[in-house]
Design a protein around this ligand. Structure first.
Ligand code: MF3
Ligand code: CO
Ligand code: CO
Length: 279
C-alpha cells in the first residue's frame, strides 16, 4: 500500500467527513455522565450517524487481517483501557475517564477523531493525564508542514509526554486516511527528528497518541474479545485523535467543530488562518 495524495475534490470530501466526525463527538458530549452505559452511547452515535448525518459508521464490521469484525459503531476505552474498547452494558461511574473514538464515512471519505471525557468529578491525576495527552497531540500537530518528517511529529509528542513522567504506547499509531480507513503512512507517536517519511501537500493522516500514566507496556483486555487493549500495570491511559491535512504551507486540522476543546496557547495561531500559497 502506498500514500494517497488528495486533490481539491478529495480535500473537500475529507473536510466534510471530518467535520461530521467532530460534530458527532459534540452531540455525544452531554450524554457522557455517571450511570450511562457505553452501549447506550454507541446506540446514540449509530442513530445520529445513520439518521441525522447520513454517515456510515466505519468501525461497524471493520475487519483488519487477523481480527474479528468490530461489532460496534464507536470505540469506548475506559480508565486503563488503552484503545479499541468495545461498548458494553456496564454503567460509567463518577471518576472514570473515557475515550470515545468515532469514524464516519461520508461520500466515500473517512473522518476519524477521538476525545477524552471526564465522568463527573475525577482525580487530579486523571485530569492531568487527559490534559497532557491533549497537549501532546497538539505538540505533534504543530510540526506538520511540507518538508517536515514523520519523525519530527513523533519526537515532539514523545519528549513532551515523557517530560511529564508519562509513557507512550508504541504498538498503535496514527495512520493515513481517505477513501480507506487505514492507509499508509503509519504515524508513530515517538521517534527521532529528521527521520521517516517526508510530509507533502495533500497527505491526510491522523495523530492519535495513547499515553499511559505508568509504564508503556500493554496487553489484551480480560474480555478476550480480540480488540480491547489495556495497560499491563493497570495505570490510566488517555488518547486524543485528530485528522490532519498537510497544506502548501503548514496544516489544517480537519476534525474541528463548535464543540472542539480550545487549542492550547502554545500552538502558533497564524498557521490556522494561513492562505495556501498555490491554488
Ligand atoms: N478509530 C480507530 C483509529 O483511530 C480504529 C478503530 S478500528 C475498530 O484508528 F475496529 F476498532 F473500530
Ligand atoms: Co479513531
Ligand atoms: Co485513527
Amino acid at each position: 500500500m502506498s500514500i494517497t495524495y488528495k486533490d481539491a475534490a478529495g480535500i473537500e470530501g475529507m473536510r466534510v467527513a471530518c467535520r461530521l466526525a467532530s460534530e458527532l463527538l459534540d452531540f455525544l458530549t452531554p450524554f457522557v455522565k455517571p450511570g450511562v452505559t457505553t452501549n447506550e452511547i454507541d446506540r446514540l452515535a449509530h442513530d445520529y450517524m445513520t439518521q441525522v448525518q447520513g454517515t456510515i459508521p466505519a468501525t461497524l464490521g471493520y475487519q483488519p487481517p487477523g481480527y474479528a469484525p468490530y461489532p460496534k459503531s464507536l470505540c469506548s476505552s475506559v480508565n486503563h483501557q488503552v484503545c479499541h474498547g468495545i461498548p458494553n452494558d456496564k454503567p460509567l461511574k463518577k471518576g472514570d475517564i473515557v475515550n470515545l473514538d468515532v469514524t464516519g464515512i461520508k461520500d466515500g471519505w473517512h473522518g476519524d477523531s477521538s476525545r477524552m471525557f471526564l465522568v463527573g468529578e475525577t482525580s487530579i491525576a486523571a485530569k492531568r493525564l487527559c490534559q497532557i495527552t491533549y497537549e501532546a497531540m497538539w505538540q505533534g500537530i504543530m510540526r506538520v508542514k511540507p518538508g517536515a518528517r514523520l519523525g519530527d511529529i513523533g519526537f515532539a509528542i514523545q519528549t513532551f509526554a515523557e517530560k511529564q513522567g508519562f509513557s507512550i504506547v508504541r504498538e498503535f499509531c496514527g495512520h493515513g486516511i481517505g477513501a480507506r480507513f487505514h492507509e499508509d503512512p503509519q504515524v508513530m507517536h515517538y521517534g527521532r527528528p529528521g527521520t521517516q517519511e517526508e510530509l507533502k501537500p495533500g497527505m491526510t493522516f491522523t495523530i492519535e497518541p495513547m499515553i499511559n500514566a505508568g509504564k508503556r507496556d500493554i496487553k489484551d483486555g480480560p474480555e478476550k474479545d480480540g480488540w480491547s487493549i489495556v495497560t499491563r500495570d493497570h495505570s490510566l491511559s488517555a488518547q486524543w485523535e485528530h485528522t490532519i491535512l498537510v497544506t502548501e504551507t503548514s496544516y489544517e486540522v480537519l476534525t474541528l467543530s463548535a464543540g472542539s476543546p480550545p487549542i492550547p496557547a502554545f500552538v502558533p495561531q497564524n498557521k490556522l488562518a494561513e492562505v495556501p500559497v498555490s491554488a
